[in-house]
Write a protein that binds this ligand. Structure first.
Ligand code: NAD
Length: 425
């Protein structure tokens, strides 16, 4: 991917951190951000690298590399998921940590931002190996995480079980049970009702608002979804139940397409049974790349970064781009989408339902009192709908696109609190 030169600075398009920083710099310039605050906010607060020895099942020891980047604490404890993948890099984790800071500020919840990642291939590891790796990673981070410090959550290839292991390991080290150290736990282990579905449900809420705003109707709206995991799979299910036509969906290996709409319950049964969408009948195969360029009304990338770039942005045909994944669009693609009239619901707004419900989980854990699912979903809807309209109003009043508006709104909120707290310099 290209080295982008906008006349002010250069960035590597495929580097999520450089892409995020380009957008940060652009928003800071438009906000006329104080130069001292700019210097403080453009760097992460802390970056931790750990080396994690793990006894593998055959008796040998493997040493994995893990990261935790704590980007900002101004608005509250840092918050952000942990990702297990072979291609994790420190720059990816840095970008994801910063996005968490901006995301929590966009939805106005009292958290800063963090993210973790371990370089590993979970598909090649047993449950026992994953458990030992998770526990040792947690042990290495025990002084840096905690309900008042930094609260991890699931991300790609981590799940409720991973969170249960983290909660247990942390609790063993501090000698008492601390449920609020992580969110995304199993419901029976002090998790929140509705958390598993929250990111997909949040996407549904903001897409509903965008559809209304653009004068469209769900029954006439064709949706293509890249990814069918926690975010994409659940968004697909909830959108189908609301009446949207899901015309395409994919997993890491392949996609499937039916211009008349997929039979979603059948798709989900096939996926659960075969662990892949391959060979699903009643649909045409489509690659992950071609899925993005399909004729549809809503495109929902919900897999990974750098999917919509300066190479393919001009061929994106949707009316609404709702970013379920973090960083699916590179900064170099933003202007192309804008000039083609695509209504973008940026990641730091669109997928914020997960962290919003994580905030509810943290609150419930600290109260020791749990809410009904209807209350969780209702409060989630209130926050997502209000945040959607905050961003749209900001975009209209400042004559910028939704992405720039979301960054400006977030940076302004974090800068304000930093100024009020004062910089301990
Ligand atoms: P997941 O592991 O549950 O699902 C990922 C999906 O994407 C799977 O269908 C997988 O097959 C597919 N996939 C993985 N790599 C791919 C690739 N290179 N090309 C195409 N498809 C690929 O993960 P998830 O929790 O659904 O997360 C997906 C994205 O959403 C990530 O960017 C994550 O950071 C973001 N996100 C997740 C949450 C959450 O609550 N889980 C919240 C906010 C944002």
């Amino acid at each position: 991917m290209a080295l982008v030169d906008d006349g002010i600075r250069q960035f590597r398009e495929d580097n999520p951190f450089e892409s995020m920083m380009w957008r940060f710099d652009n928003a800071a310039r438009l906000l006329d951000l104080d130069p001292d605050l700019y210097k403080v906010l453009r760097v992460p607060n802390r970056e931790i690298t750990v080396y994690i020895p793990v006894f593998m099942d055959d008796g040998h020891i493997e040493v994995f590399t893990g990261y935790r980047v704590q980007h900002n604490f101004a608005r509250g404890p840092a918050k952000g998921g942990i990702r297990y993948a072979p291609d994790v890099t420190i720059d990816e984790v840095r970008a994801l940590a910063a996005w968490m800071t901006w995301k929590c500020a966009v939805v106005n919840i009292p958290f800063g931002g963090a993210k973790g990642g371990v370089i590993c291939d979970p598909s090649q590891m047993s449950q026992g190996e994953l458990e030992r790796m998770t526990r040792r990673y947690t042990a290495e981070l025990v002084d840096f995480i905690g309900p008042e410090r930094d609260v991890p959550a699931p991300d790609m290839n981590t799940n409720e079980q991973t969170m249960a292991w983290i909660m247990d390991t942390y609790s063993m080290h501090v000698r008492h049970t601390v449920t609020a150290v992580v969110t995304g736990k199993p419901v029976d282990l002090s998790g929140s009702r509705g958390r598993r579905e929250a990111t997909g449900r949040g996407l549904l809420f903001v897409v509903n608002e965008a559809v209304k705003k653009l004068g469209m109707r769900p029954e006439k709206t064709r949706v293509a979804i890249q990814g069918s995991g926690n975010v994409g799979g659940i968004a697909a299910k909830l959108m189908h139940e609301t009446g949207y036509q899901i015309v395409a969906i994919s997993d890491v290996r392949c996609g499937i397409y039916n211009s008349k709409g997929l039979d979603l319950p059948k798709v989900m049964t096939h996926l659960a049974k075969h662990k892949t969408l391959e060979k699903f009948p009643d649909a045409e195969p489509v690659t992950n790349k071609d899925l993005l360029e399909l004729d549809c009304d809503v495109l929902l990338p919900a897999a990974t970064e750098n999917q919509i770039t300066s190479n393919n942005a001009s061929r994106i045909r949707c009316k609404i781009l709702a970013e379920g994944a973090n960083g699916p669009t590179t900064a170099a693609a933003d202007d192309i989408l804008e000039s083609n009239g695509v209504f973008v619901i940026p990641d730091i707004l669109a997928n914020a339902g997960g962290v919003t419900c994580s905030y509810f989980e943290w609150v419930q854990n600290r109260m020791g009192y749990f809410w009904k699912e209807e209350m969780v979903n209702e409060r989630l809807q209130d926050i997502m709908v209000a945040s959607f309209h905050d961003v749209c109003k900001y975009a209209e009043s400042h004559a910028v696109n939704n992405r720039v508006a979301a960054y400006m709104l977030a940076i302004d909120r974090v800068a304000y609190i930093t100024r009020v707290r004062g910089i301990y310099a």
